[in-house]
Design a protein around this ligand. Structure first.
Ligand SMILES: [Zn+2]
Ligand SMILES: [Zn+2]
Length: 331
């Protein structure tokens, strides 16, 4: 099969992904072989490719927002029929036995594996998934539309939940890429007012089109105090500005897997029971809940399509804020 293979992390400008022939993987116990139709491009892929996340498997095929069909089931795998359309996300598998898994917090599992990071992912014609960690894709979404829901959507949704935002509350979104443009649709559905702070004017425009009450620069001060805010951009220097925009008791949620260093903070900006918290991965329940809501709204993702072989180009554009909405690779 054809796949985009990363031999070693390097700046995306050097086109480190090689489009090459590799053997089709074989599904093991409890696993399925998925024929990839579309794979969303996530900022985490950029962190993997450029080495901000330390390599865990090398070479590696990135990609963890896979929409495809079940081509083959491994021994003991009985959940899906041949040809069922499924989604494969970041959380490839957990041990199911550690204290976090037993407590219903499998997103914090001590021994997790991750699609496109510790096991090969979806920048390829085929990928392997553990059948218990795969999502049926609701009807009504075509493959390209569904792909960004699987990470940008699910992580955005978990971030929204952890932010504690309520109906009528003021929510700030810092960074307005793939996750932001999906999350705003859920927030609006829940009756929150959204204020989008993002450096790119095209992203500001998209936020306003999707119902933001205000859009401005990343460090610009929103016109109202925020009940909650979520930072999707991987830039630690946003944290002090976002904290300053929060009401007393407000929560600042950091939605990314990687962030540049956070500058030192005056205690005054945190005092009055403001909270800063990160988001790590998601539970399968988050995924199921989100996909249900996504179908109900229904969420419309704005996608920019690239042939699989052009993954370097898609990641390059993502790095330079040149994607409006989400980038998706097409097999
Ligand atoms: Zn565990
Ligand atoms: Zn992701």
């Amino acid at each position: 099969m054809k796949a985009c293979v990363l031999q070693a992390p390097a700046p995306i400008e050097s086109n480190p992904l090689k489009f090459m022939d590799v053997p089709v993987p074989r599904p093991g116990r409890g696993e399925i072989l998925v024929r990839v139709n579309a794979c969303g491009v996530c900022r985490t892929d950029l962190h993997v490719v450029e080495g901000e996340l330390p390599p865990r498997k090398s070479p590696i095929i990135p990609g963890h927002q896979i929409v495809g069909v079940v081509e083959e089931s491994g021994p003991d795998a009985q959940r899906f029929r041949w040809g069922t359309r499924v989604g494969v996300a970041w959380l490839h598998r957990t041990d199911g036995t550690c204290e976090y898994c037993r407590a219903g917090a499998e997103n914090l599992c001590d021994h997790p594996s991750f699609t496109g990071y510790t096991v090969d992912g979806g920048y390829a014609e085929y990928a392997i998934a553990a059948e218990d960690f795969v999502y049926p894709i609701p009807e009504g979404f075509d493959d390209e539309q569904a792909a960004p829901l699987l990470c940008a959507g699910i992580i955005g949704f978990r971030s929204l939940r952890l932010s504690g935002i309520k109906r009528g509350g003021n929510l700030g979104l810092y960074g307005f890429g793939a996750a932001g443009h999906v999350t705003i649709q859920v927030a609006r559905h829940w009756g929150a007012e959204v204020y989008a702070a993002t450096r790119d004017v095209r992203h500001q425009k998209l936020a306003l089109e999707l119902g933001a009450k205000w859009a401005g620069g990343t460090l610009a001060e929103p016109p109202v105090k925020l009940d909650a805010a979520i930072i999707f951009a991987p830039a630690g220097e946003i944290v002090p500005a976002a904290l300053k925009a929060l009401k007393k008791g407000g929560t600042l949620t950091l939605g990314g897997i990687h962030m540049s260093p956070i500058p030192s903070l005056d205690y005054d900006s945190l005092y009055e029971e403001r909270v800063i918290r990160s988001v790590a991965n998601n539970t399968r329940q988050d995924g199921h809940d989100f996909l249900g809501i996504a179908a109900e709204i229904p969420i419309r993702s704005q996608v920019q399509l690239f042939p699989m072989r052009d993954a370097n180009q898609a990641l390059n554009k993502l790095k330079n804020d040149a994607i409006n909405g989400a980038a998706v690779l097409i097999a």
